[in-house]
Design a protein around this ligand. Structure first.
Ligand SMILES: [Zn+2]
Length: 320
């Protein structure tokens, strides 16, 4: 991917492209932003820039170095991932420290991608600080973290911090259109809206198992009027395992409850189970449920604790 294909964050991209044109990239960068805002993707673009061997504007995207970078096999791009066991522990930082002073293999410089630095413990951070204090020549460090504040002030002061935000819905739609040229625009708009411009989440929504979410939503509706709350709680915990799934299930739940309301007033519905579910509840309760579910869906746009959310939602749906 190239900078021009990155979704949203226009100011950051402009600044970075200027830096790249002038060839004045700092030797240490820290990209911060919520999950799904594209930190790793941007780190990858910067790494590609560092190794690109084209005479044109870098990264060109098609020279042999860019190709290797895109495939993740460039010998001068080294990745340490805090999400992997020992990925950013003190030993791995020491390894980086000793290898960073060795010349690059093929490219004009070496790049270290330190991903998920929020997982890096203070001892490892201190070890890394020593490298930053005496930066090796021809080496660029690109770190990513959910928040820059998870790193020591002494590290932060030695890096250029880049903050990423979710793309605006319209920007996200534009990005999704180029990635999914065959999908309907309305489907892409829905995914961009539901994800609040978070590209990873939007992709999960588009590629995710919408059928699975709908099935779970039907089961949830069936469990609401049962005499004990056990089944409902079980299903809701399953639904809130992760944010992408929770969003999908709540979206589906909004649709399913609407179908049940339609069935209860004798309207036509395309959901086979709607009539049976509606028969188990009063019309008044169904209307109330619809209101509660729509409200619960909107709360999910705020960053809620998913476990608390599951318990709260169970009480909300059971309460008549
Ligand atoms: Zn290139």
């Amino acid at each position: 991917m190239l900078l021009s294909e990155f979704a949203g964050n226009a100011e950051v991209l402009f600044e970075l492209s200027e830096v790249m044109k002038k060839n004045v990239l700092p030797h240490a960068l820290l990209i911060e932003g919520a999950k799904g805002t594209g930190k790793t993707t941007l780190a990858g673009i910067i790494a590609q820039y560092c190794v690109c061997s084209s005479n044109e504007q870098q990264p060109c995207g098609h020279c042999p170095d860019c190709a290797k970078a895109q495939k993740g096999i460039h010998p001068d791009i080294l990745v340490a991932d805090g999400e992997q066991t020992g990925g950013l522990n003190i030993e791995s930082i020491r390894n980086i420290r000793s290898s960073a002073y060795i010349k690059p293999n093929e490219a004009r410089q070496k790049v270290y991608l330190l991903l998920h630095c929020e997982k890096m413990l203070p001892a490892a951070q201190n070890a890394f600080l020593k490298v930053l204090e005496e930066p090796p020549e021809n080496v660029t460090f690109v770190m990513t973290a959910v928040s820059a504040t998870s790193l020591l002030q002494t590290i932060r002061s030695r890096t250029r911090i880049i903050s990423l935000y979710p793309a605006a819905v319209e920007e996200a739609v534009g990005f999704l259109e180029s990635r999914y040229p065959d999908k309907e625009r309305s489907e892409l708009e829905k995914a961009a809206q539901s994800s609040g411009g978070n590209i990873d989440l939007a992709i999960e929504l588009l590629e995710g198992k919408l059928e699975e979410a709908r099935g779970l939503a039907v089961e949830i509706m069936q469990a609401i009027p049962l005499s004990t709350e056990y089944r409902l709680l079980q299903l809701l915990y399953q639904a809130v395992q992760n944010r992408a799934l929770a969003v999908r299930v709540l979206d589906a739940l909004c649709e399913v409850v609407t179908e049940c309301v339609k069935a209860s007033v004798g309207g036509r519905t395309n959901l086979t189970e709607a009539a049976t579910i509606a028969a188990k509840m009063t019309q008044k309760r169904l209307f109330l449920l619809q209101e509660k579910i729509i409200n619960a869906r909107s709360i999910l746009n705020v960053n809620v604790n998913l476990n608390c959310y599951g318990t709260w939602l169970c009480a909300e749906l059971r309460n008549q």
